[in-house]
Design a protein around this ligand. Structure first.
Ligand SMILES: C[S@@+](CC[C@H](N)C(=O)[O-])C[C@H]1O[C@@H](n2cnc3c(N)ncnc32)[C@H](O)[C@@H]1O
Ligand code: SF4
Length: 230
């Protein structure tokens, strides 16, 4: 994709769930460099949606801007698109709203650029699992050094950030979650999201068990647990 032009596969005009305490619009970019089998945004990852015009998306948000507290850019994986900084610049110019980024952490350079140019105000970054299980969980050959670098970028910035791990019992154990807590040095911004099997990239995962919130809370009592049905 060329400068400022990113593939947008979806727009959720109003959401109360995607940025704590804020009413936001959510933009979903198409395409991802990971292939997490549990991913609920399968059409975006597989590139099976009709793309929306960037101008239309910006206009839709602009006409609601007085009722919104921010914009979330999610996906797919937004940071795989080189045009992302330019797109966010246009979005902010048109709406004046703060932007939160959802990312898998695989592009620390992009993260650095977005922070340096003051284009984002908050980041939610996934920690997919213990470092030694990253490639298995994401079904990709991602270098964990990139994710570690993104973590350092966030920690050195003054930005609000959240780290989150989606707990999928078929892919990881409760002990693995403890390992993630250790590898994050008990970072207080870490939270656990419960896997929902309603829609998944790998259709076998439609039949895998969802975790029990009580089991997780009992095992890791200090960590916030969130889930679609909680
Ligand atoms: C679809 S991803 C897009 C942003 C980015 N690619 C990432 O992985 O963080 C947004 C969030 O949804 C979570 N997620 C994906 N599939 C899920 C599922 N089946 N149940 C619960 N959360 C899920 C991811 O772990 C991530 O925190
Ligand atoms: S959950 Fe995984 S596959 Fe889905 S968009 Fe995020 S990184 Fe990509």
């Amino acid at each position: 994709m060329s400068d400022g032009n990113i593939p947008i596969g979806g727009l959720l005009p109003v959401s109360f769930l995607d940025w704590d305490g804020r009413v936001v619009s959510v933009i979903f970019t198409q395409g991802c460099n990971f292939h997490c089998p549990y991913c609920h945004n399968r059409e975006l990852v597989l590139g099976e949606v009709d793309l929306l015009s960037q101008e239309w998306v910006i206009e839709e948000i602009k006409c609601r801007k007085d009722f919104l507290d921010g914009i979330v850019i999610s996906g797919g994986e937004p940071t795989v698109h080189e045009g992302l900084p330019c797109f966010i610049r246009e979005l902010k110019k048109a709406t004046g709203l703060p932007v939160k980024l959802d990312t898998n952490g695989s592009n620390p350079d992009m993260l650095k650029t977005l922070i340096h140019e003051k284009l984002i105000s908050c980041v939610a970054m996934d920690m997919k699992g213990p470092w030694d299980k990253y490639q298995h969980i994401t079904r990709s050959n991602v270098s964990v050094e990139l994710v570690k670098a993104s973590l350092n970028v966030l920690r050195r910035s003054n930005l609000e950030y959240v780290l989150r791990t989606t707990y999928v019992p078929h892919l990881m154990s409760l002990e693995d979650l403890k390992e993630v807590q250790k590898q994050l040095s008990h970072d207080r911004s870490w939270r656990i999201q419960l896997f929902s099997s309603r829609k998944t990239l790998d259709e076998e995962y439609l039949y895998y068990a969802e975790p029990s919130p009580l089991d997780v809370k009992e095992f890791l009592p200090d960590v916030p647990v969130v889930g679609i049905d909680l």
